[in-house]
Design a protein around this ligand. Structure first.
Ligand code: PLP
Length: 474
């Protein structure tokens, strides 16, 4: 494709994208296709001769759109949001055009340096303690990971390397294998499945601890588990506190957990994948109290801060153990400036990395902090609107406190009744929700996801749910 065709193609695509998003509320949120729908719609093999870009444009509505779940439909209420904004889309275009692989500073200095500065901007927006920021002048700093799952694993591997080093210093006769077999990490039963997976991938034991009546991991529970394990000869080394759990958006008691971790010299990682974006608003920072006691902190601007996937922001007070854990240093990756700026290949699992800081830069500049805050506040307001509509109907109950943009609710009655309701809702296809279950109680989750969701959409979504619930009772 030559430059001229690219200009025409990208212009046509920009037009298509803007129309798609502008009219997204007209599309059914869920596709109705069956598995295997796509194969008959495309040729069996790649074309031998080049086609025209217009051919592709023509196929979008025929081949792709019938099988798309419209995550940015105002009535998509499943999972958690995934972000979308024009500044981020445009930034990704530029990133794809520059197409550098910024694994070291020298591999593309702007890629590394913009990331260092953007993670400082972002850390300041969240009011993270300066001990996490590169601008504080110490070893600390931020890095963009692809996902929160990677951040949890990276922190676990750093904590593991640190624990091995410490145990060896105390007991030089111990082998790595003997130490690793004694390591134990902790999280709440409500932590995301990626935490359990990080334990599996890291080859260490991970205990899922019980939560209180508000679905929070408490300091006493953690302390008791650590003491029990120490008595059994194990080495507690890593804790993940979740701020905004996936199942019901509960917040672990970070202050208490931080004290226990600090007293036991255990690495504390904070997973605020979804809710972390809300800390750009001062009124929600009480939920992040105690963050100064953590070693690493992570949240996903790609969930709720209008930066498209993938952009998971992670800060480390002291990245040394992470850097050492991944430090394999072939000659072809060395450079003369080593040590004067981060070589991000040591802060992550893959070698390659995209120029993702561009989208943070574009989004923060083109929205401004005030509009990012307005976005979060609006979505939380919509969640409270849904909560108030639901509370007016005595057939329903709220399952857990609404603090962010997620409402967990259920029909008073059996799990089966609620399962039936959800089946009807998703079967009808007007709105889309997913369920969750805590301690045997099945409930429905309504998340405010799309930046196009307005009050009327919430009223419509509520009408749909309450009407279907009537049908259910009949
Ligand atoms: N942690 C929490 C609390 C989450 O809600 C999620 C996803 O929803 C994750 C981790 C995993 O996020 P990612 O897809 O970025 O790995």
């Amino acid at each position: 494709m030559d430059h001229k065709s690219f200009k025409e193609f990208s212009q046509a695509m920009s037009e298509y994208i803007a129309n798609y998003l502008e009219n997204i509320r007209e599309r059914p949120v869920l596709p109705t296709v069956e598995p295997g729908y796509l194969r008959p719609l495309v040729p069996a093999s790649a074309p031998e001769s080049p086609e025209k870009w217009q051919d592709i444009m023509e196929d979008l509505e025929r081949v792709i759109m019938p099988g798309v779940t419209h995550w940015h439909s105002p009535r998509f209420h499943a999972y958690f949001p995934t972000a979308n904004s024009y500044p981020a889309i445009v930034a990704d275009m530029l990133s794809d055009a520059i197409a550098c692989i910024g694994f070291t500073w020298i591999a593309s200095p702007a890629c590394t340096e913009l990331e260092v500065v953007m993670l400082d901007w972002l850390g300041k927006l969240l009011d993270l303690p300066k001990e996490f920021l590169a601008s504080s002048g110490g070893k600390a700093g931020g890095v963009i990971q692809g996902t929160a799952s990677e951040a949890t694993l990276v922190a676990l591997l750093g904590a593991k390397a640190k624990a091995i080093r410490k145990a060896k210093a105390q007991n030089p006769e111990l082998t790595d294998y003997e130490i690793i077999s004694k390591l134990v990490g902790y999280c709440s039963q409500q932590a995301h499945s990626s935490v359990e997976r990080a334990g599996l991938l890291g080859g260490v034991r991970l205990r899922l601890l019980d939560t209180d009546e508000r679905h929070r991991l408490r300091g006493d529970t953690l302390k008791a588990a650590i003491e029990e394990d120490k008595k059994a000869g194990l080495i507690p080394f890593y804790v993940v506190a979740t701020l905004g759990t996936t199942s019901c958006c509960s917040f672990d008691a970070l202050e208490e957990i931080g004290d226990v971790c600090n007293a036991s010299e255990v690495w504390l990682h904070v997973d605020a994948a979804y809710a972390g974006s809300a800390f750009i608003c001062p009124e929600f920072r009480y939920l992040n109290a105690g963050v100064e006691k953590a070693d690493s902190f992570n949240f996903n601007p790609h969930k709720w801060m209008l930066v498209t996937f993938d952009c998971s922001a992670m800060w480390l007070k002291d990245p040394t153990d992470v850097i050492d854990a991944f430090n394999v240093d072939p000659l072809y990756l060395k450079h003369e400036m080593q040590g004067s700026a981060p070589d991000y290949r040591h802060w992550q699992i893959p070698l390659g990395r995209r120029f993702r800081a561009l989208k943070l830069w574009f989004v923060m500049r083109l929205y401004g902090a005030e509009n990012l805050r307005a976005h979060i506040r609006k979505q939380i307001g919509l969640a409270h609107l849904f909560e108030s509509l639901l509370l007016e109907d005595s057939r329903f109950e709220i399952f857990s406190e609404v603090t962010m943009g997620l409402v967990c609710f259920r029909l008073k009655g059996t799990n089966e009744l609620n399962e039936q309701l959800l089946k009807m809702i998703n079967g009808h296809g007007k709105i889309h929700l997913v369920p969750s279950k805590i301690k045997g109680s099945y409930f429905l989750r309504l998340a405010i996801c799309s930046r196009y969701t307005e009050e009327e959409d919430i009223r419509e979504s509520w009408k749909e749910i309450s009407t279907l619930a009537c049908n259910l009772n009949n």
